[in-house]
Design a protein around this ligand. Structure first.
Ligand SMILES: [Zn+2]
Ligand SMILES: [Zn+2]
Length: 647
């Protein structure tokens, strides 16, 4: 018999060689139906794999990443099997599970290509094979046997992968007529897969290297229930409509120019207004919390980043250093603001009474990203962080954390992110060696974060071993309107940079001490944040943030004079108003401006001119009736004030 320990620390005895699935069955039928993989002593296993020694286990279902991954990874194998039916001689690269589904990189025989219409026939065949309920069988074999198998098949990519593996046993997984090199884990059989959608085809170089052959990448997603696929497709369609690249163009927020360079966004007037509003908003909040603005240049000497350690870590993959006519002088495009802010800290000696110092900067940084990785505003080569660095005493950490959390929560409230989760990343308790800083400081910092989060009444997941080597951190993940998760707002403690830059302050004991540094950027970067905001709101920004808050629509040219007067009055009252002067029907003008997501539409005609009023329509709410201009100004002001109200 072996002892199986469950997450709640309960221990039960089972016969040696029992599988995860059988353990699940012994607990409940519904669990047995839902379990997809099982974590055995921190390693994810097939639920059909025999457990032969005392183990700690955690079941993984569709609600866990590890469960989904086993499901999608099995689906990738099923797709590969199907592709081999249709395209004999096809060779396989890698086929991992990803965040939403899976893909497989394949080398099609001869001049074969796959089109979108082929995907439908592949889907159908996959379903047919899935229904055969073919068991997925794990086989542990020697490296030589594995090489022999894939050599006989002529699968050069798998051979390359196997050659890189360490000697010892290698696992293969077989279902139906298809065998793949794979670490697993997998579902017990193919029948779990009930709904399939192959979503797209792309080109992908073998191992991401442009010098290698370009393979065909086929993406797909599968579900245990047909209904889940249907729901997913609805969300996918909605996501397509909300795609920030599409809306950014339609709403004239930003653009890209191949002449300027890829990954370098150009902000159009409306986008620039939006950004400016966000910056002003954040500056105001930060000021209230004692931040001071600093400004640092876009480049810095290479030595600065050698000192900070950024060169050693990112140098090889960054923009090349800029040389000057002077001998041996090199500058880097700034990849991080932190080293600059450390130097700002050192501009004069500090006493313990000066701390905390909170330096904030909308600092633009440049990071090299491969062209294939670039994506709208979410992956760019130049971006502006809403950065700040807090230099404080160790005993001030908790209070500073609470303040940063307050700022983050205020931002979420004001920008209508109602769902968010938090994660605290701590040290690996079994390996203190890999972290910089004393045990005492780490304990202080970790306790400070945990207490700060608790005092704010936030439910945080604690992850051991997820901290950076230089300090623990707190992360916020928001869920957008479509339920997609975005990481925003990291608060990171840092013991490393103060050490490297030899930062100090005079303590009450008149001795030199090291301050602690906190990095924090609630938005992350303006670019990425705006992208998330566009997709979350579908471009319908809250009134306070809308680049245009109102549009004036005269029913005919006769009212242009009156319209211009109203326009001036509103703009002079700081209500961002535009005038639709086009010679078009009122109905069309209303529709067009609704598509531009302008919150208020003001229709002006005979009646309005005579009574010096405006007829107000609100986006999504319809007619609000006639009102005096003063009344409208107050309406807007109240609505904005309400949106910006503190919690
Ligand atoms: Zn696999
Ligand atoms: Zn930083």
């Amino acid at each position: 018999m072996i002892n199986i320990t469950f997450p709640d620390k309960q221990v039960r005895q089972y016969p040696e060689g029992i599988t995860g699935l059988d353990i699940a069955k012994s607990l409940s039928n519904s669990l047995a139906k839902e379990v997809l993989s099982v974590i055995v002593n921190k390693e994810t296993w097939d639920i059909a794999r025999p457990i032969t020694s005392d183990s700690e286990i955690i079941f993984q279902t569709w609600d866990n990443n590890e469960g989904k991954h086993a499901f999608w990874h099995t689906s990738a194998h099923l797709m590969a099997e199907t592709l081999e039916c249709f395209y004999p001689g096809i060779k396989f690269g890698i086929g991992p599970a990803i965040e939403n589904g899976f893909y497989y990189d394949v080398d099609l025989p001869g001049n074969t290509t796959i089109s979108e219409t082929d995907l439908v026939k592949i889907e159908q065949k996959m379903l047919e094979l899935a229904r055969q309920k073919n068991p997925v069988v794990r086989q542990d074999i020697s490296k030589d046997d594995a090489l022999a198998y894939f050599s006989s098949k002529g699968d050069e990519y798998k051979i390359e992968l196997i050659n890189e593996l360490q000697d010892g046993t290698i696992s293969l997984y077989k279902q139906g007529n298809f065998t793949d090199l794979c670490r697993g884990p997998h579902l017990p059989n193919t029948e779990y897969i009930k709904a399939i959608k192959l979503t797209s085809i792309a080109g992908a170089y073998w191992r991401g290297n442009e010098k290698n052959k370009q393979l065909t990448r086929i993406y797909g997603i599968t579900f245990p229930k047909q209904k889940q696929l249907e729901e997913y497709l609805v969300i996918l369609e909605e996501a397509r409509k909300r795609d920030h690249r599409r809306l950014g163009k339609e709403l004239e927020l930003f653009t890209f120019s191949q002449n300027v360079g890829q990954g370098l966004p150009l902000w159009l007037p409306k986008g620039a207004t939006l950004r400016e509003l966000l910056e002003t908003f954040l500056k105001k909040v930060q000021k209230k919390y004692g931040y001071v603005q600093v400004i640092s240049p876009h480049i810095g000497q290479k030595e600065l980043y050698e000192k900070s350690g950024h060169w050693a870590k990112y140098g090889k993959d960054s923009f090349r250093p800029i040389s000057t006519p002077a001998e041996g002088e090199f500058f880097m495009l700034k990849p991080m603001n932190c080293p600059h802010h450390c130097e700002i800290y050192k501009y004069k000696p500090h006493s313990y009474k000066d701390l905390p110092l909170r330096f904030a900067e909308f600092g633009t940084v440049y990071r090299y990203e491969q062209s294939g990785e670039l994506h709208g505003l979410t992956r760019v080569r130049g971006f502006t962080q809403d950065d700040a660095h807090i230099f404080c005493r160790p005993d001030q950490l908790k209070e500073e954390f609470i303040k940063v959390i307050d700022i983050v929560l205020y931002i979420f409230k004001t920008l209508e992110f109602k769902n968010f989760t938090t994660q605290i990343s701590l040290r690996d308790p079994e390996d203190h060696e890999k972290y910089i800083g004393s045990d005492e400081n780490w304990e202080k910092a970790e306790t400070a974060i945990i207490e700060a989060v608790r005092e704010k009444g936030i439910d945080a997941v604690i992850e051991m071993g997820e901290a950076a080597f230089y300090g623990p951190k707190l992360d916020f993940m928001v869920k957008d309107a479509l339920g997609r998760k975005w990481q925003l707002g990291t608060i990171q403690v840092d013991y490393n940079l103060p050490e490297r830059f030899d930062l100090e302050y005079n303590g009450a004991d008149n001795q030199k001490h090291r301050p602690v540094m906190i990095h924090r950027a609630p938005f992350g970067s303006m670019e990425r944040f705006v992208a998330v905001l566009i997709e979350h709101t579908a471009g319908k920004f809250p009134l306070w943030l809308a680049p245009d808050q109102a549009v004036i629509i005269p029913v005919s040219e006769k009212f242009n004079e009156f319209s211009k007067n109203v326009l001036n009055l509103l703009n002079n009252s700081d209500i961002r108003t535009v005038f639709d002067e086009r010679n078009e029907k009122v109905g069309k003008k209303i529709r067009d401006n609704e598509l531009k997501r302008i919150p208020y539409l003001l229709v002006l005609g005979e009646k309005e001119q005579e009574t010096n009023t405006i007829s107000v329509r609100k986006q999504g709410e319809g007619d609000k009736g006639n009102m005096k201009i003063e009344e409208f100004i107050n309406l807007i002001r109240n609505e904005v004030e309400n949106q910006l109200k503190e919690i």
